[in-house]
Design a protein around this ligand. Structure first.
Ligand code: PLP
Length: 373
């Protein structure tokens, strides 16, 4: 699905040198590379504070801890997402309140959020799924009406711009009280191991988040609160500094591949290609099609037999996952998510797809559909 080696080879000299420099400096933890990356990411995102941490899941957990959410507080999030979002809510003994998504953008449905708000609701966690921002203007409005925190899961949409109705643009992840992202290797801004970061414009919250990520200390060996140990390695920061400079170009290359797929499939009625949300540009973390009248398992097998990897994000909605079964929810409660899970299929999406590969992928898809027709 993702060719990380070819991507590496394009910046190999720079990366090799940066990694060796860190090794030779012996500043492996919290070294100057981490501070430099933090500053550069703050500038790129136009956000006051970036707090680097160990991974995207930690970013969300630390964000929720920093906001002082308490056991039993209700946190609204999308049912159609990666498990990490709901996992940290459950781990902190908060109460996940799942809502359905929009069938076109796959992002959290604002009307569904409205219906889910109760006096116990404390926060909304929009997930910017597959590379597009969730409808942040409406979400921020709802949050301010009901005095709720907004925690953005930006693991799949770093670099995406959200446009407000007055024309103002802001990067996804920097609009709510706090945002979190992941630098897992296959993410749009991926390092060569695990990594993550938290974003906020709130000085006081930033101080707290930094302390929580560092064993609850602001001063060494003085622990003001219960924290966690969540750090970004200096080697990963050095790699991320180089890749951050490529991020807009990476998004452009992903969009080129998406445009190629779109035009190849435009006349195929059984394939619904990704719908672009007007308020956000798309950074195509995934290229996810919705299939109609096609046997997905058969298609996936056919593609794989012809050298085309394809993945299912996500096969099972959260409310039907064993670990998250809850008497509040039953099969049928989330019609859109339940319609999407058996129908979505994602094609290879990355920065290194050349025309020959794209042709092979799209021709293989078309051949499968022709054979079945
Ligand atoms: C990848 C991902 C995460 C978790 O990131 P890790 O770095 O793997 O912990 C969280 N939320 C979403 C939507 C993701 O895609």
């Amino acid at each position: 699905m993702v060719d990380l080696i070819s991507q590496y080879e394009k910046v190999q000299d720079e990366i090799d040198k940066a990694v060796l420099d860190v090794i030779r400096s012996s500043a492996y933890i919290n070294g100057p590379e981490v501070r430099a990356f933090q500053k550069e990411l703050e500038d790129y995102l136009d956000v006051k504070h970036v707090i680097p941490c160990a991974n995207g899941t930690d970013a969300l957990q630390i964000a929720m801890m920093g906001l002082g959410l308490q056991p039993g507080d209700e946190v609204i999030t999308a049912n159609f997402t990666y498990v990490a979002t709901a996992e940290v809510i459950a781990l902190l003994q908060l109460k996940p309140v799942l809502v359905d998504v929009d069938p076109d953008t796959f992002n959290i449905d604002v009307e569904a959020i409205k219906k889910a708000i109760t006096p116990k609701t404390k926060a909304i966690v929009p997930v910017h799924l597959f590379g597009q921002s969730a409808p942040m203007e409406e979400i921020m409005l709802l949050a301010s009406e009901h005095d709720l925190f907004v925690i953005e899961d930006t693991a799949q949409a770093i670099g995406a711009d959200y446009e407000f109705s007055d024309g103002r643009k802001q990067k996804a992840g920097t609009i709510g009280n706090v945002g979190g992202t992941s630098f897992f290797p296959s993410k749009n801004l991926g390092c060569y191991g695990d990594g993550g970061a938290i974003f906020t414009n709130d000085d006081e919250l930033a101080h707290k988040l930094r302390s929580i990520a560092n064993h609850g200390q602001a001063e060494r060996y003085y622990h003001d609160r219960v924290g966690v140990n969540s750090r970004l390695d200096s080697i990963q920061a050095a790699i991320l500094r180089i890749k951050l400079r490529q991020l807009d170009d990476y998004a452009r290359l992903r969009n080129q591949a998406a445009d190629f797929y779109d035009s190849a499939f435009k006349d195929i009625s059984q394939i619904k290609t990704p719908v672009r949300f007007e308020q956000s540009n798309h950074v195509f973390h995934q290229y996810t099609m919705v299939l109609d009248g096609i046997d997905r398992t058969e298609m996936k097998t056919y593609l794989e037999e012809h050298g085309v990897p394809a993945m299912i994000y996500y096969p099972v909605p959260l409310h039907l996952q064993k670990a998250y079964l809850d008497e509040r929810y039953a099969e049928g409660d989330f019609p859109v998510t339940e319609r999407l899970c058996p129908a979505v299929l994602s094609l290879p999406m990355q920065t290194e797809l050349d025309e020959e590969q794209l042709n092979h992928i799209t021709e293989t898809v078309k051949n499968f559909i022709k054979d079945k027709a």
